[in-house]
Design a protein around this ligand. Sequence first.
Ligand code: SF4
Ligand code: SF4
Length: 286
Amino acid sequence: MKDLSTIKEDLPFQSPVEPVELAVDTEIQFHCHKGIQCFNTCCKNIDITLTPYDILRLKRRLDMSSSEFVAKFTIPFAMDHHNLPGLKLATKPGATECIFLHEEGCSIYEDRPAACRYYALGSMGVRRKGESAIEDIYFIVREEHCLGHFEQRRLTVGEYREEQGCAEYDENNQGWRDIILKKRSSGPTVGTPSQRSLQLFDMCSYDLDSFREFIQTEGFEQVFELTEEEKERLLDDDRELLQFAFRFLKQVLFGEKTITMKSGAKEARLERRNLRHEREDPASIA
Ligand code: SF4
Ligand code: SF4
C-alpha cells in the first residue's frame, strides 16, 4: 500500500501512481469489499506515513499515551533533507505486513490511518503558481495485486472520500499539511530549522500528551498569553489542542504571530538566555 507521502516526491519511472489529476467530482471505478479475492493483500506490504490525527485516533483507541503509541507502533524517518521528523506505521517483526493486520482483517479498522482510507487513491495539497490557497488534488494508485479496480462500481472521488471518512482526517490535519507544504515551497528563505525547532515539531506533531504538559509549564506561561478559559478548553479537548499545536509550530518555524505573546516576554526571554550564556561562557556576550 503506497500512501500520499510517496506521491509528493518525484514519481519513480515505474510508479503505481497514475499521473492524472482527479478532482472531487471525477468519477472512478473502484470497489473494495470483504469478499474480494485480494482482501488484505494491500496490508501485507506497507509504506504508510502517519499524520498527527492518525496518532491521536489510534492512541485513544488503544488507550495509551501518544509517546507509548509512537514507541510501540511507529518507525521514525526523515521527511526532508533538514531531518524533519516523520513516522511510518510499523510492520510485524521481520515482515512487511502491517502490525495491525489480523486474520480477519484490519484490527483497528474504525480508526485506520488516512492513507488506508484513501487507498487506492492518493491525495496531495498543491499551491498553484500565483495563488495563495492550497488545492487538494487526487490520483489513482494502481497496484497489480489490487482487484478493486475491476469491480463494476462507479462513484466520484468525493463520494469515495465520504464513504471512507476522509474529510474528518483532512480537516484535523489541514494545519499540519499547510506547515509541511510551506516549508517545502519556501526553500532557503525559511532557513535550516534549529535542533530545538525539530524537537518541537516532533512533539507538536506526534506527542500531544507531552505538548499538553508543555503548555502548562512555567516557561510557556511566562511567554504566551492564554486566558484560563482558553487553557481549559485546550486541556479538555485533544482536537483543539492539536490545532493549537499547529499554530504554535507556525510561530516556531516561520515566525508567524499565531499566538499572542505577553508584553516584554521576548525581551525577558532574551535576557534569561544571555544570563545563561554568560554563566556558561562569560565572554560570549561581550
Ligand atoms: S492499519 Fe489496517 S487498513 Fe491500514 S495497512 Fe494496517 S491493517 Fe491495513
Ligand atoms: S481491493 Fe485493493 S484495497 Fe481492497 S483489499 Fe484488495 S488490494 Fe486491498
